[in-house]
Ligand binder design. Structure first.
Ligand code: URA
Length: 221
């Protein structure tokens, strides 16, 4: 019997145009998450975007609709982008992991989000690398610790470096040898972290997210 694939590499086509990537990703079996998810949720946005934002993994709504950041976290991201003066339709938005990982709750069709493990992040990274190559953004933004780990390596500390202009390629991590045209990276909170914040903290967390995102125009200047 053939060994199961270790990651998405055998599924990623040589052609990194968006149409080719989206079509191939629909059949990805690079890790076990495809077994329970409804579908692959690939990145979306202009193929020539100068900014790429990377989240964790699709949520429940995204899994059903097949599009990234269209559920509650996506709505909060939309509000934060408006407040930061950034047009979402100019941004390519994707996730570190392209399938929804969840636990059934046993109550109707409610599903409980489960964080992806390091092996899921690693298995899915060839898709992220292909998206970076296909879109060729000038700035890449990690939304939350999972995206930061995927892009900047597991030793990157979001709490210490959020909201900073970060060099690209990163000093360490899987993209340390990347020779793309990316000029800078930025890491900030995941919008879901704001949604999970207490009533007292939520406004300040939202403002912090907006402050971090507001750095993007200066990274593009
Ligand atoms: N959270 C994410 O990280 N990505 C999505 O697409 C939705 C919620």
């Amino acid at each position: 019997m053939d060994a199961p694939p270790r990651d998405a590499t055998p599924f990623v086509p040589a052609d990194h145009s968006m149409d080719a990537l989206v079509a191939a990703a629909a059949a990805c079996r690079g890790c076990d998450l495809y077994e329970n998810a409804t579908q692959t949720v690939f990145g979306a946005g202009p193929a020539s975007a100068s900014v790429m934002m990377v989240g964790e993994q699709p949520g429940d709504v995204e899994d059903r609709r097949g599009e990234p950041f269209v559920g509650p976290a996506g709505k909060l991201l939309d509000r934060a982008l408006v407040a930061a003066g950034i047009a979402r339709d100019k941004v390519y938005v994707t996730n570190a992991v392209k399938h929804f990982r969840f636990k059934p709750t046993g109550r109707g069709n409610r599903r409980l989000h489960q964080k992806p493990d390091a092996r899921h992040i690693t298995a899915c990274r060839p898709w992220l690398a292909a998206e970076l190559d296909g879109v060729r953004p000038r700035v890449v933004v990690a939304l939350g610790a999972t995206a930061a780990a995927s892009l900047l390596g597991p030793s990157f500390r979001l709490t210490q470096h959020r909201g900073e202009r970060l060099p690209w390629p990163p000093e360490k991590g899987p993209f340390a040898q990347d020779d793309s045209d990316i000029e800078a990276a930025l890491a900030t909170l995941h919008p879901s972290a704001v949604l999970r914040g207490s009533d007292e903290d939520r406004q300040a967390m939202f403002e912090g997210l907006v402050r971090d995102l507001s750095l993007i125009p200066s990274l593009l200047a």
